[in-house]
Design a binder for this molecule. Sequence first.
Ligand SMILES: O=C(O)CCC(=O)C(=O)O
Ligand SMILES: [Fe+2]
Length: 327
Amino acid sequence: MPDNLPIIDPLPYLPPSSLLPQLTPLSPSDLQPSRKLPPRGSMQHEVLELGREFFHRPRDEKESIGLGKSDGVRGYQKLHQNITKGKVDHHEGLDLYAPSPYTKSTQDNDDPKSNGNGERNFKPLDGPNQWPSQPEPFKPKLEQWIEKMKVLGWAVMHAMADGLGMTSEEWGELGGLVDDSFWVMRVIGYPPLPNGADGISCGEHKDYGCLTLLHADPIPSSLQVLSRSNQWINADPIEGCIIVNIGEMWEIWTGGMYPSTLHRVIHKSPTYRVSIPFFYEPNFNARVKLLEAAERKAKEEGIEVEEKDEVVYGDFLLGKVSGNFKY
Ligand SMILES: O=C(O)CCC(=O)C(=O)O
Ligand SMILES: [Fe+2]
C-alpha cells in the first residue's frame, strides 16, 4: 500500500445539483497540495473566514456560549480546554451537534433554561446548540455547510458500500443506519504553537464515527496521518478537495479491514489556522457490527478480519465525549 493519500471523485454518487453549484468543482489537473486560498466568494472561503472572525471576537463574548451553558458538549471551548488522551490540546473550538437525540425540541432554543446558579441543566447531548450571534452570517452559512456535508457523507458511504460489493438490499440496511446521522461539526482555531515548543496542537487520536469530512485552511504540514507503514505523513489540503478520515464505526463494520486513521495536528507556521471537521456519524440508535459484505470482500482478498463487539453508536459516543474537556 503506497504511503500517499488517494484522491477520490465522489461526483457519480452525488444527487444532481446538490453540491456543485456552490462548491468549486474538482479540477483533476490541479490536484496538488496547495497554499492557495479557496476562491473569494466561494462557500469554502466564506466558512473558514467566518470561523476566523468568530475566534477573533472578544473573549467574554466567546465564553458567553461556553460548553457549560448548554449540555457540556455543545458550545465554545477556550484554548487548552480540549483534552486528547489526557493531554491538553493547543486550540480553541466551537462544537455543534445534530438535534438532541432525546427531545428534538430543545435544539436551537434561543433561551436555554438556566437553573440560576450557572450549573449545567441538560443531560449530555440533550442541550441546545449555541450559535455565535457575531459574525451575523455565521449561523446561516454554517447551516448551509452542514447540509452540504450531509449530502457528501451519504455519497461517500454509498461509494464505500459499492466498493465492498454490497447488494442493494445490504446498502439499504447500511444506509438505514446513517440516514438520520447524529452529526457533529467542529469549528477549530489553532494559534501557532509557541516558539520552540515541542507541543502538539491536537494530540493523536481516531475519530469516533463513520467519516470525517475535513475542510481546513491551506496550510501545509499541520495535519498528519499515520500511514499503513507507521509513518506520520502530511495530509495537506488540496484546493477543491475535502479530506476524509475513516472513523471507528467503519473499523467495526469491516472487522479492521478499513482501519480508523490515527491523526494529529502540529501547527507551527505563524498564521492562525482554522479547520472545520464535519463528522458524518451513524444514527444515534444505530447498532454497528461486522458487515457480511466486508467478510466476503476480506475473504476474496485474503485479508483477515477480527469481529469486534457490537456497539450502539449513541452509547459509544457518550462514553467518548465525557472525557474530552476540562471544566
Ligand atoms: O484540525 C484538524 O485538521 C483535525 C482536527 C481533528 O482531528 C478533530 O477535531 O478530530
Ligand atoms: Fe480527528
